[in-house]
Write a new protein. Sequence first.
Length: 147
Amino acid sequence: MTKGLGSVERVTGRPSPDFMCAFRSGSRSFLLYIAIGTSGVAADLATFVLLFNVFGLHAQVANALSTTLGITNNFLLNSYFNFNKRDRKLARFARFYGVGVFGMLLTTVALQVFVTNLGFGPNLVKTVTIPIVAVVQYLLNKKWSFA
């Protein structure tokens, strides 16, 4: 007998209906997280480009402001529509923001290394770092902020 498999899996070799429901539920949550994150990324990147290119703010200042807007957007939408967590809002927001600040620090280091030291454009560096930072933040938020 294979340990950890349900009776349907042992007999048919196919996942049990309970497993499939859990998988679909997790997939829905992840896809919603990505959709919400995309709205936050759009707000973050548009704000960064506006602050840096139009208003002439320093790349690091524009990054701090645009990232803060994206973090707040994502927390509110994830907390209400994805993870359905309405308790301990301040503590959850502090954790979520902490994860966001960690992501911002990763981006700040990337901007420093690739823009200041290696001469890449700030818009390119910001755009390339977004998916990398997003994966790290998803894992931290799922296991810590909304646990």
